[in-house]
Structure formats: structure tokens, C-alpha cells
Design a binder for this molecule. Structure first.
Ligand SMILES: *Cc1c(COP(=O)(O)O)cnc(C)c1O
Length: 366
């Protein structure tokens, strides 16, 4: 058998998918379940597609141990539409909510929420000369009379992450776009979890919302019906035509994850991958990551070439030589600069090892 060429893909999103998933999708592209059509060519209301949807949901529930009093919605519009949908559904009568601001994505959610009510800033990133970290629980100032607390457990752009779930009596809402399914979590600690699919779930076009039953019926009157959680839950996420092919691929990813041993098993590999990278960066005098150890993302590892942040030529050389070795998309987000290796579930330990080999060679050649 000829070996298929696959690069080591460190894209932040849309991100790489497991090869086994793509091969399965390829094999059944033209003739899915012996229907003589692809899955994207059939009605979302056909019994075949409804069975697919139910299996995908059941597998996700099993993987995340989602309690029965939570609904799982398969929606569109990306995480960004949830920046609006969350306040429109959960603000309730007092139209006030807590937000923790730890970076670009939580900040984006804050800006959107302000259009609909009052945002109480419950905490911010600590970004001083000697440390960059998320606020601790005792540094949070949560208004318990507000409707909910929103935060982003993993800030994809800067590579800053929470190592705890904020504790409060009001519902906790989390944007888990870049960390869902990467480690075990206790869903019952959250009122609502949302995630765009294109990092750890599947291709773009699908957004997952996991929402506790009692939060379904609070939408503001002007909330568009397509964004209304209650409506979507009643219609099994099929108020309109859902992104069927993305849903199908997400289902394949859930099956793949189960074959890997579930979230606990993938978490162990993710930890190994992150440890390898951070240990190497910390031990080197050439690469640097200045985020406090307790606030480092295990999904998005940002680093810079020491003392050369402004040295565009060196950064370019790093990226060009990495690409020549088929190590792709290591450039940091334009707002941060430097480098970023996104190491989601589909990125293998071997990919990370090849990146480390290259980093060592590159360093030694300077
Ligand atoms: C990628 C990302 C988003 C934006 O997702 P879209 O699906 O493009 O709207 C929001 N939040 C986080 C944490 C992300 O990583």
C-alpha cells in the first residue's frame, strides 16, 4: 500500500482531523449505508439521518458523561453566534451577567453581550512584567445577583487557560471551542457549554451547545427564533436545515475518540504532548513562553524565539524551514506574533516529536 502524504498540522482552526476519520468519510462518500447517495445528499428528516444524529449525540453524551438534565444542540453560526445567543437566551429579567476577560475570545463575547445588557467584569487576565496568568478564584469579583458567569477556559490565540472551573451559585457558561473533549470535565458544574466544531470536533459549520434544562425558557422576546435554545431543543436542532455533513463528520470523530479509549485516554496523550513542548521550551535558552505554568494551555502552545521577537527574518526562517519539513501553520496569531503550535486531539505525539526535532535543529543552526 502506498503511504498517503499527510503533513504534521498545527493549525489553530479549522484544524486537522484524524486520518482514520477522513478515510472512512472517503470510503463512504459516494455510497453511504448502501443508499446509493452520499450522506450530504439526503434529507435531514430521513430516518437514516435521524439515526445518525441520535448516535452522534449518544456518543457525545457518553464521552463527556453529560447528565440527563442537559440538552445537546447541534447548531450553526460558530462560537461567535453564541456570543449573542448566550445573552439573548440567558440574560433574563435583570439583563446583567458576569464576564471574565482573559483574552481575545472572552473579550469578543463581552463586546457582544454589551449590546443586550450590562456586563459586570468579574475578573481579568493578570498581565504584569513578571507574570501572565488567569485570575484565581479568590481574585474574582462575581455579582451573584447577575444571570450567569461567562468565561473562556482556553484562550486559543494567546495560549492561556484556566486550571479550575470558577465557583459560583449562578450558572457558569463556558466557551470551550478549543478545549472541548480534550480533557475530562464535570458537566454538572456548568449551566451551558458551547464550542465551534472546527478545533476539536470536526469541520467548520457546526456549533455544539450543551445546556441545562432549566435555562431553556428564559429567552428575551426579541431573541431570533433560530437562536432560541428552547425552540432548537424542541425541534431536535432541526428548526432549519442543519449542517448535515459536518454533523456526520463530528459523529465519526466521536466514534474515533471512543476507539482511542475515550476522553481520559486522549487527555493522557494531550498532557504528554503539552509537557514535551513546554519542558523543551523551558529548558532552552532560545525559545520562550512567559505564561505562568498553571495558566498554560494544553491545546495551543505559544512561544517566541528569544530576544528576537522583532526579528521578522528569523521568524520567517523558522516558518519556512518548518514548512519544508511538512510542519504546518506554526505562525502565531497576528495579534500576538511569535509562534503557536495547536495540538488538538487529532495531533499525534509523533507530530509533536517531529516538531521538537526541528526546533532543536533550527536552534543549533543559529
Ligand atoms: C475559534 C474560537 C472562536 C470563534 O469560533 P467561530 O466558530 O469562528 O465563531 C470563539 N472562541 C474560541 C475560544 C475559539 O477558539
Amino acid at each position: 500500500m502506498t503511504q498517503i502524504f499527510r503533513a504534521d498540522n498545527f493549525s489553530a482552526g479549522p484544524a486537522g482531523l484524524p486520518l482514520a476519520v477522513l478515510e472512512k468519510a472517503q470510503a463512504e462518500l459516494l455510497n453511504w449505508q448502501n443508499m446509493g447517495t452520499s450522506v450530504m445528499e439526503i434529507s435531514h428528516r430521513s430516518p437514516e439521518f435521524i439515526a445518525l444524529a441520535e448516535t452522534a449525540e449518544a456518543n457525545l453524551r457518553e464521552l463527556m458523561a453529560i447528565p440527563e438534565n442537559y440538552k445537546v444542540l447541534f447548531l450553526q453560526g460558530g462560537a461567535r453566534l453564541q456570543f449573542s445567543a448566550v445573552p439573548l437566551n440567558l440574560f433574563g429579567k435583570n439583563a446583567k451577567a458576569n464576564y471574565i476577560d482573559t483574552g481575545a475570545w472572552s473579550n469578543g463575547a463581552i463586546e457582544e453581550a454589551k449590546r443586550y445588557g450590562t456586563v459586570h467584569l468579574a475578573g481579568s487576565l493578570i498581565d504584569s512584567a513578571d507574570e501572565i496568568r488567569v485570575p484565581n478564584q479568590n481574585e474574582l469579583n462575581i455579582d451573584e445577583t447577575a444571570s450567569y458567569l461567562h468565561y473562556c477556559p482556553n484562550e486559543t490565540i494567546s495560549g492561556v487557560a484556566f486550571d479550575y472551573v470558577p465557583n459560583t451559585d449562578i450558572p457558569v457558561v463556558a466557551d470551550m471551542s478549543s478545549c472541548i473533549l480534550s480533557e475530562q470535565i464535570d458537566v454538572s458544574k456548568f449551566g451551558l457549554i458551547y464550542a465551534g466544531a472546527q478545533k476539536n470536533i470536526g469541520p467548520a459549520g457546526l456549533t455544539l451547545v450543551i445546556v441545562r434544562d432549566d435555562l431553556l425558557n428564559q429567552a428575551l422576546p426579541h431573541c431570533p427564533s433560530i437562536m432560541n435554545y428552547h425552540n432548537q431543543a424542541t425541534k431536535d436542532s432541526m428548526l432549519n436545515t442543519p449542517p448535515t455533513y459536518s454533523w456526520y463528520l463530528a459523529g465519526l470523530v466521536f466514534e474515533w475518540l471512543k476507539e482511542q479509549g475515550g476522553v481520559a485516554a486522549i487527555q493522557a496523550i494531550n498532557q504528554q504532548k503539552a509537557d514535551l513542548l513546554y519542558d523543551y521550551i523551558d529548558s532552552s535558552d532560545f525559545y520562550q513562553n512567559n505564561i505562568a505554568k498553571t495558566s498554560r494551555s494544553k491545546m495551543n502552545v505559544s512561544f517566541s524565539l528569544v530576544n528576537n521577537q522583532a526579528d521578522d527574518a528569523l521568524n520567517e526562517a523558522f516558518l519556512t524551514q518548518a514548512k519544508a519539513r511538512n510542519l504546518l501553520f506554526l505562525k502565531g496569531h497576528r495579534s500576538v506574533g511569535g509562534m503557536r503550535a495547536s495540538i488538538y486531539n487529532a495531533v499525534s505525539l509523533e507530530s509533536v516529536q517531529r516538531l521538537l526535532e526541528f526546533m532543536e535543529v533550527f536552534k543549533n543552526n543559529q
